[in-house]
Design a binder for this molecule. Structure first.
Ligand code: FES
Length: 110
């Protein structure tokens, strides 16, 4: 199973993820209150992460389009709702409900 390391606002965690699962759901199911305000539809970018180590796969057109509208993003910024876990990864979570003081949003579909 892919091993995920995630830097969060409350420290670094690591866990085993299910192959093919969306990264945003793997994070949420392992206790990270990551935001996903648009429900996983590549519209809000609140689910973004910085990819530190690993291969998150090719960026799809929807992800590419929305990220290109944002300025000042780290070049390794990806949308965790658009990533399927296929191998070990280390990421930094950018937005969490407990830090932002808002609800995470509708849970993305599997
Ligand atoms: Fe909105 Fe990923 S872009 S949840």
């Amino acid at each position: 199973m892919p091993h995920i390391i995630a830097e969060t606002a409350t420290g670094t965690i690591s866990f085993e993820a299910i192959v093919g699962q969306k990264l945003v759901l793997a994070l949420e199911d392992n206790g990270v209150d990551i935001l996903h305000r648009c429900g996983g539809n590549a519209r809000c970018t609140t689910c973004r992460v910085e990819l530190i180590v690993g291969d998150a796969g090719e960026m799809g057109p929807n992800e590419q389009a929305i990220l290109s509208t944002k300025e000042g993003l780290n070049e390794n910024t990806r949308l965790s709702c658009q990533i399927r876990v296929n191998g070990d990864m280390e990421v930094k979570v950018i937005n969490q409900a407990s830090v932002a003081g808002i609800e995470p949003g509708t849970r993305p579909e599997d």
